[in-house]
Write a protein that binds this ligand. Structure first.
Ligand code: APR
Length: 240
């Protein structure tokens, strides 16, 4: 089938941002090596030591201004132009997909750019220089300003937008995963759901992840090299 006749769903993980200079979680030197998740990425950690959690996320938020999208991000925004329907799900909390030109990005694990009011649960974009300081930040939505928390899905919390995600995968023709170790559910199980929906499943990853056996087609290597080549091949095949 030609790309312009295909409903394409893409799921990305930390591996697609690695070549932009953002650390992954479970590779050598990954984020969870230096900061055990129990200390910085659970609601209990936030209750127990909010300053440590806040410092961890403020440094990641500040880093967003130091990195740029890489060729893998731009390859996906090019693919989005040609597909009949293109739906991007990311486990990543960075904004590199948006900055590569993709308008609608579904962040299932939240976003570093946003902070969430602990009282109302409302999220607001807070990326001004004063928002990135080490002090806690406070909301603009409550009469008495309440403390803001990172708008991130921590371990033990519910991922976001799952109904929309399952609905889109149910009707897709092709399901592509880029840069994910297949460690964390429900993200790691989405390929299974895509297969049940009779989609063709394609994996692009540096190393063989835990769930690689689930894929019809696998490409091992760096996404920044493989994805642009693949997308150009798919476009050329479609123009024949
Ligand atoms: N190109 C392609 N793949 C890469 C690259 C690259 N340049 N560099 C690393 N990878 C692959 C690694 O081989 C690994 O399989 O990316 C994967 C990154 O795996 P993780 O660090 O586990 O990241 P991810 O799968 O996104 O983690 C899922 O776990 O900790 C939670 O919420 C966090 O969203 C995260 C979720």
């Amino acid at each position: 089938m030609k790309i312009n006749q295909l409903n394409i769903v893409v799921l990305t993980g930390a591996g697609i941002s690695a070549e932009s200079g953002l650390r992954t979680f479970r590779d050598n030197g990954g984020l969870w090596e230096e900061h055990p998740v129990e200390e910085v990425a659970t609601p209990q950690a936030w209750q127990r030591n909010p300053s440590m959690v806040w410092g961890f996320y403020q440094s990641r938020r500040r880093q967003l201004s130091e990195v740029e999208p890489n060729p893998a991000h731009f390859a996906l925004s090019k693919l989005a132009e040609y597909a009949k329907d293109f739906f991007l799900i990311t486990q990543n909390v960075d904004d590199l997909h948006e900055r590569s030109g993709i308008m609608d990005v579904v962040h299932m694990h939240g976003q570093l750019r946003m902070l969430r009011c602990e009282l109302s649960g409302k999220s607001e974009e807070r990326m001004e220089p004063s928002d990135l300081e080490s002090d806690f930040q406070f909301c603009t939505c409550c009469e008495t300003a309440s403390r803001l928390r990172p708008d991130i899905v921590w371990f033990g919390e519910q991922p976001m937008n799952m109904v929309e995600i399952y609905n889109k995968i149910e009707t897709c023709d092709v399901f592509i995963v880029v840069g994910s170790s297949g460690h964390v559910y429900p993200a790691a199980g989405l390929v299974n759901f895509a297969k049940q929906s009779n989609a063709q499943t394609i994996l692009i990853n540096l190393e063989e992840p835990l769930n690689s056996f689930m894929f019809d087609e696998t490409h091992f290597g760096s996404a920044g090299k493989i994805l642009p080549k693949l997308v150009n091949e798919w476009i050329e095949q479609s123009s024949l």
